[in-house]
Design a protein around this ligand. Structure first.
Ligand code: I3S
Length: 125
């Protein structure tokens, strides 16, 4: 997925295993359902695919769902959102809220940084 010529210095893309749950969909609260997902950042789109076995490098499965980061926000989730550690809360412009989590502190610090960069770089036009 080459970076867009419009954004020659756009941050490098990222992928990795994360625990994911939606908490709100288009403004409506939905039941939490933590699942282990393979997350891939493609431009301003963060895509989640179920990560049960298999090698995702060569045989990319269809994403379960994706969120458009343009116009969204990301930050550490407040303690009342989850009892887990290192939880990031991602809010989209469409009113979907997603929690992503990993027990690895460095992993989540990296995701926070790159998601913030992505949101700052890909402005809503
Ligand atoms: O925000 P909640 O409702 O405390 O979230 C927990 C529940 O979704 C729970 O599922 P059930 O209510 O279906 O048993 C999950 O197992 C927990 O993981 C959720 O809490 P955490 O704090 O892990 O996000």
């Amino acid at each position: 997925c080459p970076s867009s010529p419009k954004h020659p210095s756009s941050p490098s893309e990222k992928s990795g295993n994360l625990n994911v749950t939606k908490i709100t969909e288009q403004g409506k609260k939905v039941r939490k359902n933590w699942t282990s997902s393979w997350a891939v950042l493609h431009g301003s789109s963060l895509q989640f695919a179920k990560s049960q076995g298999g090698w995702f490098g060569s045989h990319q499965t269809k994403p379960d769902f994706s969120v458009d980061l343009r116009g969204g926000s990301v930050d550490w989730a407040s303690k009342d959102k989850s009892s887990k550690k290192n939880v990031l809360e991602l809010k989209t412009r469409q009113g979907t809220e997603v929690l992503i989590q990993s027990d690895n502190d460095g992993t989540m610090n990296d995701w926070l940084r790159i998601l913030k960069e992505t949101i700052d770089t890909h402005v809503w036009e």
